[in-house]
Design a protein around this ligand. Structure first.
Ligand SMILES: Cc1cc2nc3c(=O)[nH]c(=O)nc-3n(C[C@H](O)[C@H](O)[C@H](O)COP(=O)(O)OP(=O)(O)OC[C@H]3O[C@@H](n4cnc5c(N)ncnc54)[C@H](O)[C@@H]3O)c2cc1C
Length: 409
C-alpha cells in the first residue's frame, strides 16, 4: 500500500517510523516543505541561546522511508487520491496523513512583511534573529506577545546578554496559561535583567531605519530594535485543504480513529483538533508528546488496525528567567474549589471539582513530577484526600496506587 505523509516533523516522521515498524513492506513517502532534514522545533530557543545546535536536534532517519525536501503541497484531490506540490509534481496515495503543524500568526500591520520580522517556528527564523543581532547597530530585540514561545525566546536572548522589550496587549505575561498570581511571580523574576515589559500595548507600524527597525506602538511610543519577533499565537497549516471537503474548524477536525471527514485521509500533530478528556470537547493541543501519540495511533489506523485515540489534556512545562512553570487543564480561570499556596517565590494552585483535579498552576520548587498530575487529570482520580500533599508536599505515582486498587477490587 502507498502511504503519503505531508509534513516531516515529529508527527510525520513518527508516523512514518510506526508504519514501517508495524508493516515493513509498506511504501512510505514523506513530503517536506523545508529544505533541511527533519528536526525538533521545540529546541529552537535552545539553538538561539547556544545551549544546543542543529546537529543535536535532527530527527533520526527511518530506514526505507523517502523524505522528499522542498515539496510544498498546494492541493489535494481526494477523488483521484493525488497530492500536488508547488513544483508541479504529483504523488498518488492509498492512505494520506496530514502532519503540517502550524505557522505563527503575524498581524497585518505596515512593515510586518519585512525580512527582519519573524515568528519562531523554523531554523530559518532563528538564523534571522542571530544575523540581525550581529549586524544591526541596535541590539535590542522587540518581542510582540509574551506567550510560551516568546517567553522562551526572551529567556534565550537574555542568556546571550541581548536586551529585550516585550510589547503585550494583555496586562500580564503568559496570560494564556497561568493566573494573575503566577504571572506576578514570573514578572518579579525579571528584576535586574535587561527586560522591558510594556503592557496594554500593540505594534501598529514597523519601518526600516538604516540597519535597524523603528517600531511604533498604539500609545505613540517608538522603539528601536534589531528585529521583531511575533509570538501571538499560531494557525494550523491547512490552506491547501480548501475545497477538498476535509472538515476544518480551528484545525483539522478528527474522529476517534484520527480520521478526517474524507475517507483514507488521517491527521496528527499541531494541525489537528482532537478530544480533550478534561474539556469534553475537541481542541488543538499543539504539544510534542501529543503529536507523537497521535502519529503512532494514526499510523496503526492507516494500516487498518482499528485503534481509537483516547484524547489528551492541555498542559505546559517551561523554565524561563529562572522559574519553572508547570500548568495543566483549566489553569487561567477558577472552577470548583480552588486551593492556593504561595511562599517565597513558590506558588501552587489547584482547581478541584467533585474531588477531581480540573486544573493547576505550579511555579518554582513545586513544579515537579508532571506525569503524576497529568495522570490524575486523565484518569479522573479522586484527589479529595490528597489536597494537602499536593499543595504543600510532593506527590508521586505511588500515591495514586490506592485509587487503582480501589478500582480493581
Ligand atoms: C519554539 C517552540 C517551543 C516549543 N516548546 C514546546 C515544549 O516545551 N513542549 C511541547 O510539548 N511542545 C513544544 N512546542 C510545540 C512542538 O514543537 C509541536 O507540538 C510539534 O513540533 C508539532 O509537531 P508537528 O509534526 O505536528 O508539526 P510541526 O513541528 O509544526 O511541523 C510541521 C511540518 O510540516 C511542514 N509543512 C507545513 N505545510 C506543508 C505543506 N503544505 N507541504 C509540505 N510540508 C508542509 C512544515 O514545514 C513543518 O516542517 C514548541 C514549539 C516551538 C515552535
Amino acid at each position: 500500500m502507498k502511504h503519503v505523509i505531508i509534513g516531516a516533523s515529529i508527527a510525520g516522521m513518527t508516523a512514518a517510523a510506526k508504519i514501517k515498524q508495524l508493516s515493513p513492506e509498506e511504501d512510505v513517502t514523506v513530503l517536506s516543505a523545508e529544505s533541511i532534514q527533519p528536526y525538533g522545533k521545540m529546541s529552537l530557543p535552545y539553538m538561539l541561546s547556544g545551549m544546543t545546535w542543529f546537529a543535536n536536534c535532527t530527527l533520526p532517519p527511518v530506514a526505507g522511508v523517502d523524505v522528499m525536501l522542498n515539496k510544498q503541497v498546494d492541493r489535494i484531490d481526494p477523488g483521484s487520491k493525488t497530492v500536488h506540490t508547488t513544483d508541479g509534481e504529483e504523488f498518488k496515495y492509498d492512505k494520506l496523513l496530514i502532519a503540517t503543524g502550524t505557522s505563527p500568526v503575524i498581524p497585518d500591520v505596515p512593515g510586518a512583511k519585512l525580512s527582519s520580522v519573524v515568528g519562531v517556528r523554523n531554523v530559518g527564523d532563528i538564523e534571522v534573529i542571530r544575523k540581525r543581532i550581529e549586524e544591526s547597530s541596535q541590539k535590542r530585540v522587540i518581542l510582540s506577545g509574551a506567550g510560551l514561545v516568546n517567553a522562551e525566546v526572551g529567556d534565550a536572548l537574555v542568556k546571550l546578554g541581548i536586551p529585550v522589550t516585550y510589547v503585550i496587549s494583555s496586562d500580564r505575561m503568559l496570560s494564556q496559561i497561568v493566573d494573575r498570581e503566577a504571572s506576578a511571580i514570573i514578572e518579579k523574576s525579571l528584576t535586574g535583567l535587561d527586560v522591558e515589559l510594556l503592557k496594554g500595548e500593540d505594534i501598529t507600524e514597523i519601518q526600516e531605519k538604516g540597519d535597524a527597525l523603528e517600531v511604533r506602538l498604539a500609545s505613540g511610543k517608538v522603539l528601536m530594535g534589531a528585529c521583531v519577533v511575533y509570538g501571538k499565537g499560531v494557525r494550523p497549516n491547512t490552506s491547501f485543504l480548501k475545497g477538498t471537503g476535509v472538515q476544518l474548524n480551528k484545525g483539522i477536525v478528527l474522529g476517534q480513529y484520527l480520521e478526517t471527514s474524507i475517507p483514507d485521509i488521517y491527521g496528527a500533530g499541531d494541525a489537528v483538533e482532537t478530544d480533550d478528556v478534561l474539556l469534553g470537547e475537541k481542541t488543538l493541543h499543539a504539544l510534542w508528546p501529543v503529536a507523537i501519540e497521535q502519529a503512532n495511533i494514526a499510523a496503526a489506523n492507516m494500516l487498518g488496525m482499528e485503534t481509537p485515540y483516547p484524547g489528551d489534556v492541555l498542559r505546559n512545562i517551561l523554565t524561563v528567567f529562572g522559574q519553572t512553570i508547570f500548568t495543566g487543564g483549566l489553569s487561567t480561570h477558577d472552577e470548583g474549589e480552588v486551593y492556593r499556596h504561595a511562599s517565597d517565590g513558590e506558588y501552587r494552585k489547584i482547581a478541584v471539582k467533585d474531588g477531581k483535579l480540573r486544573g493547576f498552576v505550579f511555579v518554582g520548587e513545586g513544579a515537579e513530577n508532571p506525569g503524576v498530575y497529568l495522570r490524575m487529570m486523565k484518569e479522573k482520580t479522586d484527589i479529595s484526600s490528597m489536597i494537602d500533599p499536593v499543595l504543600y508536599g510532593t506527590v508521586t505515582h505511588a500515591d495514586l496506587y490506592p485509587s487503582v486498587f480501589k478500582v480493581a477490587l
